[in-house]
Design a binder for this molecule. Structure first.
Ligand code: ZN
Ligand code: ZN
Ligand code: ZN
Ligand code: ZN
Ligand code: ZN
Length: 337
């Protein structure tokens, strides 16, 4: 399965720029990702001797527009006629997207010469994209440094998240520090970052309207992806005799990338396959586990109820054993024998 490579920022030492709360900031971030405080970047070092009258951020008196808030700041002496690459106090990072001839510095949202919107490729700077504004954010950021919105996008699926947390609680699956992120592209968990659970944001925003997504599907999808995260987090368990016997060999190189989300809203165990809870579970041992986990959690870990259904549907013994293995492991009753 083809997964879009997850993006990781190389550790680049930066000068100390900190929010009042102590969180380290990137230059010209609008909001603190930790405390959501609005930031202002004035001409503290007196590099240009000019600040925007509207937003108070550093500008150059050569600019025609404030590159931060877009206000027109043209005065005599501005270089509207002959845009510069970079006036004093600014660095040239790129030419204006619109070809006005001027230069722009990252992360200016607007061109200081022609005032038009700029787009920046932030693939190497951040882990992913903000579901609200599309600009770069890191996995553990709470607030988007650009738009101030929820950088994880959890605010877009509050009911489903609350429901899943509740289900995990009543199923007595102890929290393992997972983090759900709404991101463009795919739903899945990268084994290198076992706690990060990505949910394709198209189910919540964009083309598919929010009221069109079946709610149980989102809960099911979350439970399934959390199953992948749980397994990666407890990977040593997969090396045990009992785990191998019921789920088989889980290949480390595999990454669960789930596109068959439609299946995930089914709350009833499928009848077609004797040894698996659903058809999708039969595609790979890791999917088998994620599906078993989903059923276990969405059915609140009620073994008697689950077993009764397995009996009615004439499931094979190994299907029972999968649930039992998870049940025992979650309750700390795990024996490797
Ligand atoms: Zn802060
Ligand atoms: Zn401004
Ligand atoms: Zn321009
Ligand atoms: Zn944003
Ligand atoms: Zn999966």
């Amino acid at each position: 399965m083809n997964a879009k490579a997850r993006r990781r920022r190389p550790a680049t030492p930066k000068p100390e720029l900190r929010c009042a709360c102590g969180y380290e900031l990137g230059r010209y971030w609008r909001f603190c990702p930790n405390c959501a405080r609005k930031q202002v970047w004035p001409d503290t070092a007196r590099e240009t001797g000019a600040e925007c009258y509207k937003c108070g951020w550093i500008v150059s008196d050569r600019f025609s527009y404030c590159p931060w808030c877009g206000a027109r700041i043209y005065e005599k002496g501005s270089s509207a006629e002959s845009p510069l690459k970079a006036p004093k106090g600014f660095t040239f990072h790129a030419r204006c997207d619109w070809g006005c001839g001027g230069g722009v510095e990252y992360p200016m949202p607007q061109c200081p010469w022609c005032g038009r919107e700029q787009s920046w490729s932030e693939d190497n700077e951040f882990d992913g994209d903000c579901p609200h504004c599309g600009r770069g954010v890191d996995d553990w950021m709470n607030v988007c440094p650009w738009c101030g919105g929820d950088a994880a996008g959890q605010d877009l699926i509050p009911e489903a998240l609350t429901r899943v947390r509740r289900l995990l609680l009543v199923s007595r699956i102890r929290p393992w520090g997972y983090r759900v992120l709404l991101r463009p592209g795919v739903s899945g968990v990268d084994p290198r970052f076992p706690k990060i659970v990505e949910i394709d944001q198209q189910y919540v925003i964009g083309k598919r309207k929010r009221d069109e997504i079946p709610w149980p599907m989102l809960v099911g999808l979350l439970a399934h992806e959390l199953g992948h995260s749980y397994l990666y987090h407890n990977w040593r368990w997969t090396r045990t005799e009992r785990f191998r016997r019921v789920f088989g060999e889980v290949d480390k190189a595999y990454r669960g990338v789930d596109t068959t989300w439609v299946d995930f809203q089914r709350r009833r165990v499928a009848t077609t396959l004797v040894d698996h809870v659903s058809a999708y579970a039969a595609t790979h041992p890791q999917e088998d586990f994620a599906e078993t986990f989903r059923f276990y959690v969405t059915r609140r870990g009620r073994m008697r109820e689950l077993f009764a259904e397995l009996g009615r549907k004439r499931k094979g013994l190994v299907t029972y054993e999968k649930f039992l293995a998870l049940h025992d492991y979650a309750r700390g009753r795990w024996r490797t024998a």
